[in-house]
Design a protein around this ligand. Structure first.
Ligand code: 5GP
Ligand code: ZN
Length: 138
């Protein structure tokens, strides 16, 4: 896509600091990291949403995400990492070319996900699951 910054990175029209590249995916340094070493793994093909990415490419993204996460731990002395993918603007997606964040984490890095823990009423989780299953297309 001509106006997509990540497609331009794939094409080399915008410079990036590359970590890994193959026929399906590219991994490069995020320009504005949560912690230093933060990596993005993208499909080389333009996909705004994750659901249209082929199983082979999505699998490769996850594989490279995990492998680069381990490399971050070993190379930069982190304790762990988060794999994060925002699908849709409401979920925090800013660049509309699907991408997997590999966020290096340290025990005392001072970063916290703003996670919450709602409760289901009796039977509500099963009813909700039925609705999801009815729409699930694999
Ligand atoms: P999102 O919020 O869409 O999940 O994440 C987009 C990410 O892309 C952000 O973390 C942002 O720092 C990164 N980013 C945006 N523009 C560029 C760029 O031109 N080069 C690189 N390397 N990263 C970028
Ligand atoms: Zn793109």
């Amino acid at each position: 896509m001509s106006d997509c910054i990540f497609c331009k990175i794939v094409e080399g029209e915008i410079p990036s600091v590359k970590i890994y590249e193959d026929d399906l995916v590219l991994a490069f340094m995020d320009i504005s990291p949560i912690n230093k070493g933060h990596i993005l793994v993208i499909p080389k093909e333009h996909h705004p949403a994750s659901s249209t990415i082929s199983e082979a490419t999505a699998g490769r993204m996850f594989h490279i995400g995990s492998k680069t996460g381990v490399a971050l731990r070993r190379a930069l002395d982190y304790d762990g990492f988060n794999l994060h993918l925002a699908d849709g603007a409401c979920a925090g997606q800013v660049v509309m070319h699907a991408h997997l964040h590999v966020v290096p984490r340290g025990v005392e890095d001072g970063f916290h996900w703003n996670w919450r823990h709602l409760k289901y009423a009796d039977g509500e989780a099963a009813e909700t699951a039925e609705k999801i299953i009815a729409k699930l297309k694999i």
